[in-house]
Write a protein that binds this ligand. Sequence first.
Ligand code: TXD
Length: 321
Amino acid sequence: MARKRIALIGGGQIGGVLAQLIAQKELADVVLFDIVEDMPQGKTLDIAEASRIDGFDIKLKGTNEYKDIEGSDLVIITAGLPRKPGMSRDDLLTTNAKIMKSVAEGVKEFAPDSIVIIISNPLDAMVTLFQKVSGIPHSRVMGQAGVLDSSRFSTFISWELDISVKDVNAMVLGGHGDTMVPLVRYANVNGVPVMELLERKYGDAAKAKEVMEAMVKHTKMAGGEVVKLLKTGSAFYSPAASAIAMAKAILNDENRVLPTCAFLQGEFGVDGYYVGVPAVLGSEGVVRILELSLNEEEKSSLDNSINAVKNLVEDMERLGF
Ligand code: TXD
């Protein structure tokens, strides 16, 4: 069996960590593309020179030419500017849409049979634009946000309950923005509802609710919190780790259920938009959407988030993309 190949478009903070993680896990050979001359070549050389120490044996190539991504099984896109303190993800729309359009043209020409994971912000709009320009089928074009937002939510729950994060399962749906929807009712520790554990801890339902609301707020603001602390750039370790989980599920045909920015065709009452939902990921990309029942409050939060995504996509179209 030929070795798998992953092309990384964008060799900045997230792209660099992605290349290192793929190498260390021997997930696939790596092609790292960036428009900055020499930088992707330098990063891949540096990573390759750690191979004897870390004991991995994969090929790494840095490039400024799209033709080198030919034959890639998977493409992960991080090209685009990150946020500066005080900026919302949506503030990146015009700059990153221009970049995404050029990336989509490059991938369309040289890796049209690949599966594509987009990370660049504003996520839901960038995935929509990439699919439209590349023409790659919807099931093979998706975005990463939900794995990260869910991991953030799970991390805060584990800290609050003083329980290993490995036993926490929590999911965040909706768009990757301030309207995202952490699903409180489904959050659990090995099947036990988190709300029940909070009520036991505090012996008071109102206090438990208040603590949960604070964790939900923290999850929504978590990206901005990192931006504020870093001062230059945004989170990069955790977004890279999140995309690796998706890449692994796809390359190893795992059928894992991961919150994914996927194209909906009637699921959750949405038709024709990319939104964050639980999706089964395997060798075909998004194999299917896993629908689940939502109560009135959850449904209205998700609708609110979907409207924000629709508005963003309309803004982008108005700008001529
Ligand atoms: O979970 C998520 N989806 C995210 C998304 C979490 C955190 C950050 N997220 C977004 O990812 C962030 O808002 C940015 O839009 C992207 C990439 O973030 P990163 O931190 O890696 O940004 P860098 O370090 O600035 O890297 C971007 C690279 C940089 O090296 C540029 O030279 C390159 O993109 N770039 C391009 N590459 C290819 N083609 C073009 N046209 C291009 N323009 C810039």
